[in-house]
Design a protein around this ligand. Structure first.
Ligand code: AMP
Length: 518
């Protein structure tokens, strides 16, 4: 039987996936890239460019490059490239053909049957245009599948019970939230809401403006508005944004960005995750309102939702995860390769339609929350020895998260980082995993010294904790091997109990910064 494929034909990126012994996987290009930018262009010499190559020429030659064609599907828009006008389905067909070629080269066989995904809110005309794009590319389109349904299939536990899944999808340029009801083999989108003009691109632009103002402050002059400078700034902004999903701070360095007389000027700054969060938070409140609207359209309450699935590259931003978690408390929030899972689900569905035996994906999660002891603001005022969660329970592994803390009293010379696992608000009611110190801190007033605590939990269940003092950059780390027992194996529990007992005499715990509680 020849292979079938699933295709996520996205506004910003597309991908193709297939099944191997019932398990879906994404077919990468020769360089190992999973995502194909949904860009099509003609080079100066008239050569067809698709994906990265077309994306690269976009800033220099936008008149010869087409992007975001998905927004025009189902309309009578046309775009001129070289000598010819192209309909949206023809441009999409070029993207699809390039993916088909990629799959055929990797699998060494001809691929003809595909499932292609579309947003749940797509009209009939938009779906029809997508089907035509597939046919122009040389596929038999087995099904046009809703993106939220595809994502939900990845997490389907194949039970006969009805499960209500809320899919929150925030990509590069679009946002939507859908409620999907799954019973056995039947899945149905009950409601869908969204904003076609919200996504990671907006966060990049916010950060671009912020970086431009930092540059202006540092150099006493505005950055030139020319396309090349602005494109460099935008790229730096996106890189910083992505770095901030893992780290509490990101360095931005763009050398020779402008000049003042004979002097070359560089952009060199650091941005804190907290500052980035302040920039994007106002854009995110509307996404929470969309959740409520979708619930009310489906005539459901938050309690009726069995699980939330995060989809789209932008949901890797920790603030988005915590906003959704806090909005739908008590509902488990799952995230697994958010930029790949629509394509993986499409491959699963293609397998089902072609009669292959299909497995759901094994998603491994952390069974207990991981965090440290910290002084936190509670109803009783500042309280020591509270449990500050860094990686919440049910996070899909591998995962990395960090959190910023500050010193709790003047001239504090050391902080002790005590790591725990559990769900109790009081740190010592949880299981201690170990502790270490950062010493010889520079003398500063309470709250002035920042400590970034980074947790890295790998596929083998090994937790690496790193604490970095922001001033001198002093760093200390330790490794907890959680693989066998679910807790530190080599750690001497007595010693840790002693350390905790002594905390009451010596409140040298770090304090949680502001309201960054998760
Ligand atoms: P998608 O449309 O799902 O491919 O998502 C693309 C968007 O996700 C772009 O705006 C990317 O900058 C953004 N993105 C990808 N990875 C990350 C990350 N680790 N943190 C924040 N945004 C990301």
């Amino acid at each position: 039987m020849s292979k079938v494929v699933g295709i996520d034909l996205g506004t910003t990126n597309s991908l193709i996936a297939t099944l191997d012994e019932g398990q879906p996987w994404v077919i990468p290009d020769e360089e190992g890239e999973m995502l194909l930018p949904s860009y099509v262009g003609l080079s100066g010499t008239g050569e067809l460019l698709v994906g990265q190559a077309a994306l690269r020429q976009y800033a220099a030659a936008p008149e010869r490059t087409v992007k975001s064609i998905k927004r025009q599907m189902g309309t009578d828009y046309s775009v001129t490239l070289g000598e010819r006008d192209y309909r949206p389905q023809e441009i999409s067909a070029i993207v699809l053909r390039s993916l088909k070629q990629r799959a055929e080269e990797a699998l060494e066989e001809e691929i003809t049957q595909a499932v292609i995904t579309v947003p749940a809110y797509f009209t009939d005309a938009q779906r029809q245009a997508t089907k035509e794009a597939g046919e122009i590319a040389g596929f038999e389109v087995l099904q046009i599948l809703n993106e939220p349904t595809a994502a939900a299939l990845v997490f389907d536990d194949r039970s006969e019970d009805t499960e209500n899944v809320l899919v929150y999808d925030l990509g590069g340029g679009t946002f939507d939230v859908s409620i999907v009801e799954m019973t056995g083999d039947v899945t149905e989108v009950l409601a869908s809401h969204g904003n076609n003009r919200l996504g990671g691109d907006d966060f990049d632009q916010q950060l671009q403006r912020y970086l431009a103002s930092k540059f202006a402050q540092a150099n006493d002059m505005e950055l030139p508005g020319d396309a090349v400078t602005q494109a460099r700034l935008l790229r730096a902004a996106e890189q910083a944004k992505i770095a901030l999903s893992e780290n509490a701070f990101a360095q931005v360095r763009e050398p020779f960005l402008a000049s003042k007389g004979e002097t070359a000027l560089h952009l060199e700054t650091e941005i804190a995750r907290e500052d980035f969060e302040h920039l994007i938070k106002p854009l995110l409140t509307g996404t929470l309102e969309a959740i409520d609207r979708a619930l009310s359209d489906a005539e459901m309450d938050a309690d009726d939702i069995d699980r939330v699935i995060l989809v789209g590259g932008s949901t890797r931003i920790p603030l988005i995860q915590s906003l959704v978690e806090n909005h739908l408390t008590d509902t488990p929030v799952n995230s697994f390769n958010p930029d790949l899972c629509v394509g993986l689900g499409a491959a699963l569905q293609a397998g089902v339609l072609a009669g292959e035996s299909v497995d759901s994906i094994l998603v491994d999660v952390i069974p207990h929350s991981l965090g440290i002891a910290a002084v936190m603001e509670t109803a009783f005022g500042l309280t020591p020895d509270m449990f500050s969660t860094i990686i919440p329970r049910n996070s899909v592994i591998p995962t990395s998260r960090s959190q910023v803390y500050h010193t709790s009293y003047d001239q504090q010379e050391a902080v002790e980082i005590e790591v725990y696992q559990g769900e109790n608000m009081v740190a010592r009611e949880n299981v201690p995993l170990g502790s270490f110190k950062i010493e010889e801190l520079p003398p500063k007033a309470a709250g002035e010294l920042q400590i970034e605590v980074h947790f890295d939990f790998d596929l083998n269940g090994i937790l690496t904790v790193t604490a970095t003092e922001k001033g001198k950059g002093q760093q200390n780390s330790f490794v907890v091997n959680d693989a066998e027992t679910g807790r530190l194996s080599s750690y001497d529990l007595d010693q840790s109990r002693e350390a905790i007992a002594s905390l009451f005499d010596m409140p040298a715990l770090p304090m949680l910064d502001d309201d960054e509680t998760r």
